[in-house]
Design a protein around this ligand. Sequence first.
Ligand SMILES: [Zn+2]
Ligand SMILES: [Zn+2]
Length: 510
Amino acid sequence: MGTRLFHHCSGRDLPDPARPAFNSFVVSGNLVTQVGFGLEGHTAWKDLPRIDLGGAVVLPAFADSHVHFLQTGLTFLGCRLEAATSLDEVLDRLRAHAVRSPDEWLLAWNLDETMLREKRLPTVAEIDRAVADRPVWISRVDLHSAIPNSRAVAWARRVHPPAALHHDYYYRDDYVVLFSRLMRDLPRPMKERALELARRRCLARGITTVHALEGGWAATNDDVELVADFLARPGFHGVVYHQSDDPGLARRRGWPRLGGCLMVDGSFGSRTAALAAPYADDPATAGVVYRDDANLERLVSLCADQGLQLAMHAIGDVAIDRLVAAYRAGRRRHGPRPLGNRIEHCELPTSAAIAGAAEAGALLAVQPAFEVLWGGPTAMYARRLGPDRARRTNPFRTLRAHGLPLAGGSDSPVTPLDPFLGIHGFVNHPTPEERLDLSEALAAFIVAPHAFAGEDRLRGHLRPGYIADFVCLSRDPCQVPASRLRDLRVDRVFVGGQEVSTDHSQEEPA
Ligand SMILES: [Zn+2]
Ligand SMILES: [Zn+2]
């Protein structure tokens, strides 16, 4: 691509997105080389090819700091059941999907029987009546159990003979073994189509960079490399985090980082996030710690020795305390690193943990859409944690006040690939004292993820020397009421100064 001039826009940059910073800019190759006002009238640039942006508000493109990319694509490829309200509707959706889909397996996602009129899961025989010509695998919404049809049962008997149906579903260890086997054995072309759907959805939402957290119990290193090779193609940017205790693949591929959702604990939804006091709606449990202090210390040291940034999942107060202690000890032992270690989620930190995380130079990858979906006095967090702790989840303002950097993410497929939903979550936190202002919220989805990956000298701004990834909006986010931020959409998206299509309406999941 040669040099061209973009003009007729209201260009914004961080940290002050409300102030027009330019109305025209020059891109050479994929880099911004000049920004200013009225460049089209200047002798140096007046003869360049011009692209008229139609008066749009222009922002640097979005980055999502926490995406399970392959898993996200597979949910787009499969049959979505979250909106079903009856067993008949579940079966109808399976039938309709089977007609549309050429795939060897029919994967269905997000079945929640508590939302069905019948309050039960379908049986194997019922699924057979809907789809019998190929194996069907219906994942429950929590990804802790699955319902097969007869063909899938036959497959399960073959690949894991001890597997036993509990009523008509697989759960516990059988589920884990079978699901990981299924994910590994899915045909490669199906995985490639899944990745393409995830990429297109990102672009349609103005996301041109993802941090892809790949691998782990349900994936092989081959899958991680498949994703990495896919993300290395031009037209999109991916930063791969290998979710493993073993740095072998990261070293071989030259990725200076390790981890992702490497679990210190579980989640509030499944009551496995590790808490100091029991769950409000199940006093028999206070969650689970999956890693002891020695394991954390070993992993922190291993990464420090090999020059790798480490990212770990911690949600409950106990898990965060332990992870912060390990990060602080690592910092004392090995000194500051060029890039801080990441805490993924960091939902219920104590004040001591917040101070400790700042001292350890930790970077926090947070998911503000969680508060939109589950925060506030009446939703899931309040039920699980009780009112006092629920007021202390995701204390964004307090974290910022301690100087902790926050990068926004979706944890897709847990919440949608949609930076405006996340920005909405930051600005409309159910606890008013913990809200961020709009410029901080935008920065968390535009600038901070690049800093977390050490790429902030190249991405996240529209300035000379930066990659020309940007979005055009017909509405100015700074003029939209806070309560409507989640309704915003991008109109046009440019990657390296080249426009990409954002019209994928026919591929929206059902
Ligand atoms: Zn996680
Ligand atoms: Zn995650």
